[in-house]
Design a protein around this ligand. Structure first.
Ligand code: NAP
Length: 262
């Protein structure tokens, strides 16, 4: 049987890019989404076509669920169990940007809570659910070594004073990655953080002009927008076990954003 990946927020953007690349590598998929069923169905159909073009037959299913809600996370993991009976990879990708992008001195508690539920609490408790299942799988068959990949952001380190909650949630994901890496290593489960830079998606569309200008002016040594497929390729490399002796670590996919220049 093909390996199985659950990708949160895979209806659009980076999650969709990850789905297409995993499909091309022969993975079965569960495409999670919050609201946009049409886009999720499209990701699933395109994934199957991508896989076929690469010579693989895969199964791609969609499952609605808000990762910020406990009952939805339970339902999502039960769905994977019922459909496939195994899980080899969780990609914690679903996320929202800072609601209203308010200045630090005006940001509201209500918007903080909404963002933290999706961007930080969701990945933590989904990793907990899935981690327990992956430990069970590993006990039954030691060749089954699950993986968890958290999609964070350059915002886990670079500050944006009008998106404090987003930056803090992404910085928190750094610790989520290290904690689960330490806890799950004995069951052969590696946990990674993939840290994208500026990637073209619906999330960045409203700030496209700003980033166009910054990229043209040399913000990143690689002077272009990142694409969802850039993140997809990194996820596939990790998923396919090319880094078996690495866990808890960060993989930057950011066009060289962190290279300091003088
Ligand atoms: P996007 O284009 O806005 O897509 C967001 C995806 O997440 C959609 O599939 C959406 O589903 C889903 N989603 C939103 N809230 C959800 C929830 N509560 N439960 C489940 N799914 C939910 O965003 P993106 O740019 O691809 O970003 C994906 C991830 O990469 C995020 O974690 C983001 O922080 C991170 N990231 C993005 C960039 C960038 O430049 N774009 C850079 C660094 C990191 P629906 O279609 O149903 O709404």
């Amino acid at each position: 049987m093909n390996q199985v990946a659950l990708i949160t927020g895979a209806s659009r953007g980076i999650g969709r890019g990850v789905a297409l690349d995993l499909a091309a590598a022969g993975w079965n998929l569960v495409v999670n989404y919050a609201n946009n069923k049409t886009a999720a169905d499209d990701t699933a159909e395109c994934s199957i076509e991508h896989a076929r073009s690469a010579g693989h037959e895969i199964c791609a299913k969609t499952c609605q669920g808000d990762v910020g809600q406990s009952k939805d996370r339970d339902r999502l993991v039960s769905f994977v169990r019922n459909q496939f009976g195994r899980l080899d990879l969780l990609v914690n990708n679903a996320g929202i940007t800072s609601i209203g992008r308010s200045d630090l001195l005006e940001a509201s508690e209500e918007n903080w809570d909404a963002l933290m539920a999706i961007n930080l609490k969701g990945p933590f408790f989904l990793s907990q659910l899935v981690g327990n299942w992956m430990i069970e799988q590993n006990k039954l068959d030691s060749s089954l070594r699950g993986k968890i990949i958290n999609i964070s952001s350059i915002s886990s380190d670079a500050v944006s004073i009008n998106r404090g909650d987003y930056c803090i949630a992404k910085a928190g994901l750094r610790m989520v990655t290290k904690l689960f890496a330490a806890r799950l290593a004995d069951a052969g489960i590696n946990v990674y953080e993939v840290r994208p830079g500026i990637i073209a998606s619906d999330m960045t569309e409203p700030v496209k002009n700003k980033y166009d200008k910054m990229i043209n002016e040399g913000l990143t040594p690689i002077r272009r927008w990142g694409q969802p497929g850039d993140v997809g390729k990194a996820v596939v490399a990790l998923a396919q076990d090319y880094f078996p002796f690495t866990t808890g670590d960060v993989f930057n996919v950011d066009g060289g954003f962190t290279v300091r220049r003088i």
